[in-house]
Write a protein that binds this ligand. Structure first.
Ligand code: C2E
Ligand code: MG
Ligand code: MG
Ligand code: MG
Length: 275
Protein backbone atom coordinates (compact mmCIF):
# COMPACT_ATOMS: atom_id res chain seq x y z
CA UNK A 1 0.00 0.00 0.00
CA UNK A 2 2.84 2.29 0.90
CA UNK A 3 4.41 1.78 -2.49
CA UNK A 4 1.12 2.56 -4.18
CA UNK A 5 0.73 5.82 -2.32
CA UNK A 6 4.22 6.81 -3.33
CA UNK A 7 3.55 6.01 -6.97
CA UNK A 8 0.39 8.09 -6.89
CA UNK A 9 2.26 10.95 -5.28
CA UNK A 10 4.83 10.91 -8.01
CA UNK A 11 2.14 10.78 -10.66
CA UNK A 12 0.38 13.68 -8.96
CA UNK A 13 3.49 15.86 -8.71
CA UNK A 14 4.48 14.93 -12.24
CA UNK A 15 1.14 16.07 -13.56
CA UNK A 16 1.17 19.24 -11.49
CA UNK A 17 4.68 20.11 -12.60
CA UNK A 18 3.75 19.47 -16.20
CA UNK A 19 0.79 21.80 -15.85
CA UNK A 20 2.95 24.49 -14.30
CA UNK A 21 5.54 24.24 -17.04
CA UNK A 22 2.80 24.49 -19.68
CA UNK A 23 1.27 27.52 -17.99
CA UNK A 24 4.66 29.12 -17.67
CA UNK A 25 5.47 28.60 -21.34
CA UNK A 26 2.07 30.02 -22.29
CA UNK A 27 2.65 33.08 -20.15
CA UNK A 28 6.09 33.56 -21.66
CA UNK A 29 4.59 33.54 -25.15
CA UNK A 30 1.97 36.07 -24.06
CA UNK A 31 4.67 38.33 -22.64
CA UNK A 32 6.67 38.07 -25.86
CA UNK A 33 3.56 39.15 -27.75
CA UNK A 34 2.99 41.96 -25.25
CA UNK A 35 6.48 43.27 -26.04
CA UNK A 36 5.65 43.25 -29.77
CA UNK A 37 2.32 45.01 -29.08
CA UNK A 38 4.00 47.65 -26.89
CA UNK A 39 1.73 46.87 -23.94
CA UNK A 40 4.16 47.80 -21.16
CA UNK A 41 3.82 51.18 -19.51
CA UNK A 42 5.76 52.94 -16.79
CA UNK A 43 4.25 54.29 -13.62
CA UNK A 44 6.24 56.69 -11.47
CA UNK A 45 6.17 56.88 -7.69
CA UNK A 46 7.64 60.06 -6.20
CA UNK A 47 9.69 60.11 -3.02
CA UNK A 48 10.26 63.04 -0.75
CA UNK A 49 12.54 64.40 1.95
CA UNK A 50 11.03 63.22 5.22
CA UNK A 51 11.20 66.47 7.16
CA UNK A 52 10.70 69.21 4.55
CA UNK A 53 8.47 67.01 2.32
CA UNK A 54 10.29 68.38 -0.71
CA UNK A 55 10.13 66.23 -3.87
CA UNK A 56 13.47 64.40 -4.21
CA UNK A 57 13.12 61.64 -6.81
CA UNK A 58 10.81 59.06 -8.29
CA UNK A 59 10.90 55.36 -9.05
CA UNK A 60 9.93 53.83 -12.40
CA UNK A 61 7.62 50.84 -11.85
CA UNK A 62 6.49 48.82 -14.84
CA UNK A 63 2.91 47.71 -15.50
CA UNK A 64 1.44 45.52 -18.21
CA UNK A 65 -1.55 47.12 -19.86
CA UNK A 66 -3.30 43.96 -21.00
CA UNK A 67 -6.07 44.62 -23.57
CA UNK A 68 -8.49 42.21 -21.87
CA UNK A 69 -7.27 41.94 -18.26
CA UNK A 70 -6.34 45.59 -17.68
CA UNK A 71 -3.36 46.70 -15.65
CA UNK A 72 -1.22 43.79 -14.45
CA UNK A 73 1.25 44.18 -11.57
CA UNK A 74 4.96 43.42 -12.07
CA UNK A 75 4.81 40.86 -9.25
CA UNK A 76 2.84 38.69 -11.68
CA UNK A 77 5.16 38.86 -14.66
CA UNK A 78 8.65 40.05 -13.63
CA UNK A 79 9.52 36.59 -12.18
CA UNK A 80 8.54 34.99 -15.50
CA UNK A 81 10.56 37.52 -17.49
CA UNK A 82 13.50 36.89 -15.14
CA UNK A 83 13.45 33.20 -15.99
CA UNK A 84 14.01 33.96 -19.64
CA UNK A 85 15.98 36.43 -21.72
CA UNK A 86 12.83 38.53 -22.00
CA UNK A 87 13.76 40.52 -18.89
CA UNK A 88 16.51 42.16 -20.93
CA UNK A 89 14.18 43.11 -23.78
CA UNK A 90 11.75 44.58 -21.27
CA UNK A 91 14.61 46.19 -19.35
CA UNK A 92 15.61 48.15 -22.45
CA UNK A 93 11.99 49.14 -23.06
CA UNK A 94 11.83 50.51 -19.50
CA UNK A 95 14.98 52.59 -19.99
CA UNK A 96 13.74 53.96 -23.33
CA UNK A 97 10.39 54.94 -21.85
CA UNK A 98 11.93 56.54 -18.77
CA UNK A 99 14.35 58.56 -20.88
CA UNK A 100 11.46 59.70 -23.08
CA UNK A 101 9.42 60.82 -20.06
CA UNK A 102 12.37 62.74 -18.64
CA UNK A 103 12.92 64.49 -21.98
CA UNK A 104 9.23 65.42 -22.14
CA UNK A 105 9.35 66.84 -18.61
CA UNK A 106 12.53 68.78 -19.36
CA UNK A 107 10.99 70.16 -22.57
CA UNK A 108 7.93 71.25 -20.59
CA UNK A 109 10.26 73.24 -18.35
CA UNK A 110 9.70 71.29 -15.13
CA UNK A 111 12.35 71.11 -12.42
CA UNK A 112 13.00 67.43 -13.09
CA UNK A 113 14.13 65.12 -10.27
CA UNK A 114 16.10 61.88 -10.86
CA UNK A 115 14.28 58.68 -11.81
CA UNK A 116 15.26 55.33 -10.27
CA UNK A 117 15.23 52.26 -12.52
CA UNK A 118 15.02 48.74 -11.04
CA UNK A 119 17.52 46.21 -12.40
CA UNK A 120 17.08 42.46 -12.02
CA UNK A 121 19.94 40.08 -11.28
CA UNK A 122 19.67 38.68 -14.84
CA UNK A 123 20.26 42.19 -16.18
CA UNK A 124 23.17 42.95 -13.88
CA UNK A 125 25.06 39.81 -14.79
CA UNK A 126 25.12 40.73 -18.50
CA UNK A 127 27.74 43.37 -19.25
CA UNK A 128 26.58 43.84 -22.84
CA UNK A 129 23.06 44.48 -21.64
CA UNK A 130 24.36 47.10 -19.21
CA UNK A 131 26.30 48.72 -22.05
CA UNK A 132 23.08 48.87 -24.08
CA UNK A 133 21.39 50.61 -21.16
CA UNK A 134 24.19 53.17 -20.81
CA UNK A 135 24.10 53.73 -24.56
CA UNK A 136 20.35 54.45 -24.65
CA UNK A 137 20.75 56.99 -21.86
CA UNK A 138 23.88 58.47 -23.46
CA UNK A 139 22.21 58.89 -26.87
CA UNK A 140 19.19 60.55 -25.29
CA UNK A 141 21.33 63.49 -24.25
CA UNK A 142 19.90 63.62 -20.72
CA UNK A 143 22.39 63.94 -17.91
CA UNK A 144 23.34 60.62 -16.25
CA UNK A 145 22.77 62.26 -12.86
CA UNK A 146 19.04 62.11 -13.68
CA UNK A 147 19.12 58.30 -13.51
CA UNK A 148 19.58 56.13 -10.44
CA UNK A 149 19.71 52.35 -10.46
CA UNK A 150 18.04 50.14 -7.85
CA UNK A 151 19.75 46.84 -7.19
CA UNK A 152 18.24 44.46 -4.63
CA UNK A 153 20.35 43.51 -1.67
CA UNK A 154 20.19 39.83 -2.64
CA UNK A 155 21.40 40.39 -6.21
CA UNK A 156 24.14 42.77 -5.02
CA UNK A 157 25.42 40.19 -2.52
CA UNK A 158 25.13 37.27 -4.94
CA UNK A 159 28.59 37.76 -6.45
CA UNK A 160 30.10 40.64 -4.49
CA UNK A 161 33.27 41.08 -6.53
CA UNK A 162 31.34 41.21 -9.78
CA UNK A 163 28.78 43.60 -8.25
CA UNK A 164 31.60 45.85 -7.10
CA UNK A 165 32.93 46.10 -10.67
CA UNK A 166 29.50 46.83 -12.12
CA UNK A 167 28.75 49.46 -9.49
CA UNK A 168 32.12 51.18 -9.91
CA UNK A 169 31.40 51.48 -13.63
CA UNK A 170 27.94 52.91 -12.96
CA UNK A 171 29.27 55.44 -10.50
CA UNK A 172 32.10 56.47 -12.83
CA UNK A 173 29.43 57.27 -15.40
CA UNK A 174 27.60 59.49 -12.93
CA UNK A 175 24.64 57.26 -12.04
CA UNK A 176 23.57 56.94 -8.40
CA UNK A 177 22.92 53.52 -6.87
CA UNK A 178 20.36 52.36 -4.32
CA UNK A 179 20.28 49.01 -2.57
CA UNK A 180 16.63 47.91 -2.81
CA UNK A 181 14.64 45.85 -0.30
CA UNK A 182 17.41 46.31 2.24
CA UNK A 183 17.18 43.97 5.22
CA UNK A 184 15.64 41.06 3.33
CA UNK A 185 18.96 39.66 2.12
CA UNK A 186 22.21 38.88 3.86
CA UNK A 187 24.55 41.80 3.54
CA UNK A 188 28.24 41.53 4.05
CA UNK A 189 29.02 44.74 5.90
CA UNK A 190 32.53 44.89 4.50
CA UNK A 191 31.00 44.94 1.02
CA UNK A 192 28.33 47.44 1.95
CA UNK A 193 31.25 49.65 2.85
CA UNK A 194 33.17 48.86 -0.35
CA UNK A 195 30.21 49.30 -2.72
CA UNK A 196 30.05 52.84 -4.19
CA UNK A 197 26.37 53.12 -3.26
CA UNK A 198 24.33 56.14 -2.24
CA UNK A 199 21.06 54.91 -0.72
CA UNK A 200 19.65 52.03 1.29
CA UNK A 201 15.95 51.46 0.67
CA UNK A 202 14.51 50.07 3.88
CA UNK A 203 12.22 47.19 2.91
CA UNK A 204 8.50 47.73 3.29
CA UNK A 205 8.21 44.80 5.75
CA UNK A 206 10.24 46.74 8.34
CA UNK A 207 8.14 49.86 7.86
CA UNK A 208 4.94 47.83 8.40
CA UNK A 209 6.33 46.44 11.67
CA UNK A 210 7.92 49.56 13.08
CA UNK A 211 4.75 50.93 14.66
CA UNK A 212 3.61 47.51 15.93
CA UNK A 213 6.36 46.74 18.43
CA UNK A 214 9.41 48.29 20.02
CA UNK A 215 11.48 45.56 18.34
CA UNK A 216 10.12 46.69 14.99
CA UNK A 217 11.12 50.27 15.71
CA UNK A 218 14.56 49.25 16.99
CA UNK A 219 15.29 47.35 13.79
CA UNK A 220 14.48 50.37 11.63
CA UNK A 221 16.58 52.56 13.92
CA UNK A 222 19.51 50.14 13.55
CA UNK A 223 19.24 50.14 9.75
CA UNK A 224 19.23 53.95 9.69
CA UNK A 225 22.22 54.09 12.02
CA UNK A 226 24.21 51.58 9.99
CA UNK A 227 23.41 53.47 6.79
CA UNK A 228 24.53 56.77 8.26
CA UNK A 229 27.72 55.25 9.68
CA UNK A 230 28.50 54.12 6.13
CA UNK A 231 27.64 57.58 4.77
CA UNK A 232 24.52 56.34 3.00
CA UNK A 233 21.09 57.96 2.89
CA UNK A 234 17.97 55.97 3.71
CA UNK A 235 14.75 55.76 1.72
CA UNK A 236 11.82 54.21 3.60
CA UNK A 237 9.63 52.13 1.26
CA UNK A 238 5.88 51.75 1.60
CA UNK A 239 5.16 54.51 4.11
CA UNK A 240 1.37 54.71 4.43
CA UNK A 241 0.61 56.45 7.72
CA UNK A 242 1.48 59.74 9.32
CA UNK A 243 2.67 57.96 12.47
CA UNK A 244 5.21 56.05 10.34
CA UNK A 245 6.42 59.29 8.76
CA UNK A 246 6.77 60.94 12.17
CA UNK A 247 8.65 58.03 13.72
CA UNK A 248 10.96 57.79 10.69
CA UNK A 249 11.73 61.50 10.94
CA UNK A 250 12.42 61.08 14.63
CA UNK A 251 14.85 58.24 13.87
CA UNK A 252 16.69 60.41 11.34
CA UNK A 253 15.53 58.63 8.16
CA UNK A 254 16.19 60.72 5.06
CA UNK A 255 13.55 60.04 2.36
CA UNK A 256 9.99 58.72 2.25
CA UNK A 257 8.25 56.75 -0.49
CA UNK A 258 4.76 55.35 -0.13
CA UNK A 259 1.01 55.75 -0.41
CA UNK A 260 1.16 58.37 2.38
CA UNK A 261 2.39 60.74 -0.34
CA UNK A 262 1.54 59.12 -3.69
CA UNK A 263 0.92 55.70 -5.24
CA UNK A 264 2.78 54.90 -8.46
CA UNK A 265 1.18 57.07 -11.16
CA UNK A 266 1.17 57.41 -14.97
CA UNK A 267 3.55 60.00 -16.46
CA UNK A 268 0.63 62.34 -17.10
CA UNK A 269 -0.21 62.48 -13.38
CA UNK A 270 3.42 63.26 -12.59
CA UNK A 271 3.04 66.47 -14.62
CA UNK A 272 0.54 67.65 -12.01
CA UNK A 273 3.11 67.10 -9.27
CA UNK A 274 5.69 69.07 -11.22
CA UNK A 275 3.47 71.98 -12.19
P1 C2E B 1 10.28 47.46 -5.52
O1 C2E B 1 11.33 47.99 -6.41
O2 C2E B 1 10.68 47.16 -4.12
O3 C2E B 1 9.10 48.52 -5.57
C1 C2E B 1 8.31 48.89 -4.47
C2 C2E B 1 6.93 48.30 -4.53
O4 C2E B 1 6.18 48.77 -3.41
C3 C2E B 1 6.12 48.72 -5.76
O5 C2E B 1 5.34 47.60 -6.15
C4 C2E B 1 5.23 49.83 -5.22
O6 C2E B 1 4.04 50.01 -5.98
C5 C2E B 1 4.94 49.30 -3.85
N1 C2E B 1 4.54 50.36 -2.91
C6 C2E B 1 4.94 51.64 -2.90
N2 C2E B 1 4.41 52.32 -1.87
C7 C2E B 1 3.65 51.44 -1.18
C8 C2E B 1 2.85 51.55 0.01
O7 C2E B 1 2.74 52.59 0.65
N3 C2E B 1 2.23 50.41 0.43
C9 C2E B 1 2.34 49.22 -0.26
N4 C2E B 1 1.68 48.16 0.22
N5 C2E B 1 3.09 49.09 -1.38
C10 C2E B 1 3.73 50.19 -1.83
P2 C2E B 1 5.15 47.22 -7.67
O8 C2E B 1 5.02 48.46 -8.50
O9 C2E B 1 4.06 46.20 -7.73
O10 C2E B 1 6.54 46.54 -8.04
C11 C2E B 1 6.92 45.32 -7.46
C12 C2E B 1 8.34 44.96 -7.78
O11 C2E B 1 8.49 44.67 -9.18
C13 C2E B 1 9.33 46.07 -7.52
O12 C2E B 1 9.64 46.12 -6.14
C14 C2E B 1 10.50 45.63 -8.36
O13 C2E B 1 11.26 44.65 -7.70
C15 C2E B 1 9.81 44.97 -9.55
N6 C2E B 1 9.81 45.92 -10.68
C16 C2E B 1 8.94 46.93 -10.94
N7 C2E B 1 9.27 47.59 -12.07
C17 C2E B 1 10.40 46.97 -12.54
C18 C2E B 1 11.23 47.19 -13.68
O14 C2E B 1 11.05 48.11 -14.51
N8 C2E B 1 12.30 46.34 -13.85
C19 C2E B 1 12.56 45.33 -12.95
N9 C2E B 1 13.63 44.56 -13.17
N10 C2E B 1 11.80 45.11 -11.86
C20 C2E B 1 10.74 45.92 -11.66
MG1 MG C 1 12.72 49.38 -6.36
MG1 MG D 1 12.02 48.01 -2.99
MG1 MG E 1 10.29 45.85 -2.15
Amino acid sequence: ALINIKKNDYAFFDQKMNQEIKQFTKMEAKLDQAIKNDEFIIYYQPYYRGVSKELYGMEALIRWQNPTKGLISPAEFIPILENSQLIKKVGLIVVKKVVKSIKNWLDAGYKVVPVSINLSARQLEDNNHLKDIYQIIGESGIDNSLIKFEITESSAMDDVNYSLKVMNKMKAKGFSISIDDFGTGYSSFSYLQKFPIDYLKIDISFIRNMTLSSDGKNIVESIINIAHLLNLKTIAEGVEKEIELNELNQLGNDFIQGYYFNPPMPAREIEKIYS
